[in-house]
Design a protein around this ligand. Structure first.
Ligand code: ADP
Length: 253
């Protein structure tokens, strides 16, 4: 339900004030809902035609046999920018849905070991990096299998993006009392202390000149946080520039 100020035994002036306050509150939440709806509609309307553009560009690239260097580069850039923007729109849709509570969490008891090994294996094949999994015994948690997959893929994707190919990426599983702990650890560029509290914000990126090359929009961690909190878990980061980053997820059991 909606938050409301109730002052049953207050003098009438204060009651009037409370009424005004409640009216403002409900206007505000209407405005929020409209904004979410707007973002969601725009994202959806843009994604559909852009997917068509992307499809044609890709098939042009594949079918054209005698392109000159300029033509090939132009097509490749256009294709990858279209792809990037489709991802952005998908992320915006996901966030708008999460904000309005439309993301359903299918919470169930999970044994995390197989799930984590599977995601790591998939990420290894995609990224050509070696990803280690450390676990002592079976680690159990309550969570949503698909959402947790999405969270781990995002974190591993970042670990890959923000470290060098020869630097290791390690996933660790631990069971502590009434909690399961998953860590995603890299030895890459790291994150300055004053940015660490902000990287979970929407569109926040550390040092744009450094990260522009890596292609994201700064929405990945915002989605990760929303999903983890939707599973009643918590996510934190520890990092040191030049030494690497560790993202820690704690889930209930
Ligand atoms: P994106 O990677 O698309 O920019 P994210 O929301 O996933 O967006 O991350 C936000 C920012 O946090 C990134 O731009 C990057 O500066 C920083 N970051 C995230 N993960 C890591 C990591 N493993 N190592 C170093 N920096 C990271």
């Amino acid at each position: 339900g909606e938050a409301k100020l109730q002052l049953r035994h207050a003098p009438s002036e204060v009651k009037e004030l409370a009424q005004t306050f409640n009216m403002m509150l409900s206007r505000l939440s209407e405005a929020w809902e409209q904004q979410r709806q707007f973002v969601s509609n725009v994202s959806h309307e843009l994604r559909t035609p852009l997917t068509v553009v992307y499809g044609y560009l890709q098939s042009l690239l594949r079918r054209s046999t005698n392109l000159n260097d300029y033509q090939r580069e132009a097509l490749e850039t256009a294709t990858s920018e279209a792809d990037r923007t489709i991802h952005l729109l998908q992320d915006l849709l996901d966030l708008a849905r999460a904000d309005s509570g439309y993301i359903r969490f299918n919470l169930e008891p999970l044994v995390l070991n197989d799930l984590v090994v599977e995601v790591a294996g998939m990420a290894e094949r995609f990224s050509n990096r070696s990803i280690m999994v450390n676990a002592v015994g079976d680690v159990e948690a309550i969570g949503d299998r698909d959402r947790l997959n999405q969270v781990l893929i995002n974190l591993i994707d970042n670990a890959v993006k923000y470290s060098e190919p020869e630097q290791p990426i390690v996933l660790t599983l631990e069971q502590s009392d009434r909690q399961a702990v998953i860590r995603v650890c890299d030895r890459g560029v790291g994150i300055p202390l004053h940015d660490q509290s902000r990287i979970f914000e929407r569109f926040y990126r550390v040092d744009d000149s450094r990260t522009r090359l890596t292609g994201g929009h700064g929405l990945g961690l915002a989605i990760v946080k929303t999903l983890v909190e939707g599973m009643e878990g918590e996510i934190t980061v520890r990092s040191k520039p030049g030494e690497g980053s560790t993202f820690t997820i704690v889930l209930p059991t």
